[in-house]
Design a protein around this ligand. Structure first.
Ligand SMILES: Cc1cc2nc3c(=O)[nH]c(=O)nc-3n(C[C@H](O)[C@H](O)[C@H](O)COP(=O)(O)OP(=O)(O)OC[C@H]3O[C@@H](n4cnc5c(N)ncnc54)[C@H](O)[C@@H]3O)c2cc1C
Length: 489
């Protein structure tokens, strides 16, 4: 995957297209449909026996806002400006221009998906869950209500789940709709074919690919460019060792398609593209539902709270693994206690129950008095309905004063954590791959998990932003290629 070929290495071009799209997930198929609509001749080359990738496995939530028809029907006000402010705060590495484009594109993106048959109910899921099980559409899917965010951007729920029953696989509804749309537009799709190298001409422009199908190796020429939409690198142990050694820890479940081997990352890098934000990844081990467990507190080995417990679950997980030795417990009292099946599945071990806080503190190895102080402060705030330390929403506040007290062990490397990578190729707002000087590499685009856009890390992650940015920036790549074909500079 790290090979770069020259035009002189090509014996014969088997087929040509305006834009060759490598990978048929959300980013690739969105670009393919958009490309056909913009008048491009497109060839999608897909490694698996069918398109879909991780996108088809996804819950099927897209992060959209600014006043979508679903938000309006459910009585929520939102604006492009509030969404933009929120997105900006969610990026550890500033990506203001991309956040603005994402927020400004959101309404059109929603309409475009519906036009192509992606179903969204006009309904709201009011519970606190990692993903709604039913067909309800709208959900609070990020950190909009967390104090740092809500004080700077008016909060609105923006997770839009497709109409689908189940927490995984809703993405296939979107993928199937895009496959149908692409077929109706007479798009070309070639499966069971893996792109293994990019081809450049003598000026340094990317002009095609080499692809392997069975024992056959063939060349495909692209007049306007090649778009890399090959997904994550979560199943590439060498890349994980280099960029994210924490992701190689035991008790980690790598979430995503079997094709998440970082092919596009490597192809793009070999062509001179820069990989950025590679140290970041998505990680979670949700400790809700049931909602009532949010009334407990998360503490570290020093007995201190370190995050508001009603954060998005990916943020809580990111904060847990940042604690010394990744140690954290969820502390509850008898009123709040529950031990649901998902806790057993995620290995959220029930350590024990104790009649008093000092006994619990001693058993957990927390310095004497530290947990007592934390609970006393929390209880005093909870009694007054205001979490002064972290701003947890009043509805999740309750003094923890009904013994026995219990602790669940959420320590990283003890509990099970679920993860996928987020870093990728540096790209312009039009998905052009940038070199280390920030200059676009002619003829090369990237989108989805092969690129780095606004879904940058777990701390700021909002569910729906991966599918959202894959589709929005994939479509922008296709539009850019179309404008190049029309003679734009
Ligand atoms: C269980 C699960 C649930 C999720 N839920 C959500 C959600 O609800 N909302 C959300 O926003 N995000 C969600 N995510 C994340 C999201 O699914 C991914 O970020 C997104 O699907 C990535 O899209 P993509 O187009 O970049 O890659 P993919 O969808 O993985 O597509 C990449 C495609 O490229 C192909 N490919 C790879 N290498 C080559 C090659 N060399 N040549 C040719 N083809 C190649 C692959 O076969 C694949 O089809 C979830 C992820 C998982 C695993």
């Amino acid at each position: 995957m790290r090979e770069i070929l020259l035009e002189s290495d090509v014996g014969e071009w088997t087929e040509t297209a305006d834009l060759i799209i490598v990978g048929g997930g959300i980013a690739g198929l969105s670009a393919a449909v958009q490309g056909r609509e913009s008048g491009l001749d497109i060839l999608v080359i897909e490694r698996a026996f069918a398109p879909g990738g991780s996108s088809a496995l996804a819950g099927g939530q897209m992060y959209l806002g600014g006043g979508t028809p679903v938000q309006k029907a459910c009585g929520f006000e939102d604006s492009v400006e509030d969404m933009y402010e929120y997105l900006k705060m969610s990026c550890p590495v500033p990506a203001d221009e991309k956040c603005r484009i994402y927020a400004e594109s959101s309404l059109e993106q929603f309409d475009w998906l519906e036009k192509h048959g992606v179903p969204f109910e006009r309904s709201f899921f009011s519970g606190k869950a990692a993903m709604q099980h039913g067909t309800e559409c709208l959900i609070w899917s990020g950190n909009e209500l967390v104090r740092e965010f809500r004080e700077r951007a008016r909060p609105a729920p923006r997770g839009h789940k497709v109409s689908f029953v189940g927490v995984e696989g809703g993405g296939s509804v979107i993928i199937n709709a895009l496959i149908d749309a692409y077929a109706k537009l007479d798009g070309r799709l070639m499966c069971e074919t893996r792109v293994s190298a990019l081809v450049k001409d003598s000026s340094g422009r990317v002009i095609g690919v080499r692809a392997e199908s069975g024992k056959q190796s063939r060349f495909y020429r692209a007049s306007e460019g090649v778009l890399l939409t090959t997904g994550a690198y979560t199943l590439n142990p060498d890349m994980l060792a280099r960029y994210n050694p924490k992701m190689l820890a035991k008790n980690i479940i790598h979430n995503g398609a079997m094709t998440d081997t970082g092919d596009g990352h490597q192809l793009g890098e070999a062509a001179g593209g820069q990989l950025v934000n590679m140290e970041y990844f998505f990680i979670t081990s949700p400790f809700y539902p049931p909602e009532k467990l949010l009334k407990g507190i998360l503490v570290n080995a020093a007995g201190k709270r370190f995050v508001t417990e009603d954060s998005y679950h990916g943020r809580s997980a990111a904060r847990i693994i940042a604690q010394p030795e990744g140690k954290a417990w969820l502390i509850v009292d008898n009123d709040v206690f529950d031990y649901p099946a998902n806790y057993k599945r995620l290995n959220h071990e029930l350590v024990d129950a104790w009649d008093s806080v000092p006994e619990m503190e001693a058993a957990l190895g927390i310095p004497a008095g530290a947990l007592q102080e934390t609970i006393e402060t929390y209880n005093a705030d909870a009694a007054q309905g205001e979490d002064k330390q972290f701003g947890k929403e009043p509805k999740w506040l309750k003094p923890l004063d009904k013994p026995p007290y219990a602790a669940f062990n959420l320590q990283f490397e003890s509990a099970t954590y679920i993860t996928f990578t987020l870093g990728g190729l540096a790209t312009s707002i039009d998905a052009e791959v940038l070199d280390s000087a920030g200059v676009p590499i002619p003829g090369l685009f990237a989108a989805g998990q092969a690129a780095s856009n606004i879904a940058q890390d777990s701390d700021g992650y909002s569910s729906g932003s991966c599918l959202g940015e894959g589709s929005i920036f994939g479509r922008r790549a296709a539009r850019r290629a179309a404008s190049l074909k029309a003679g734009a500079a």
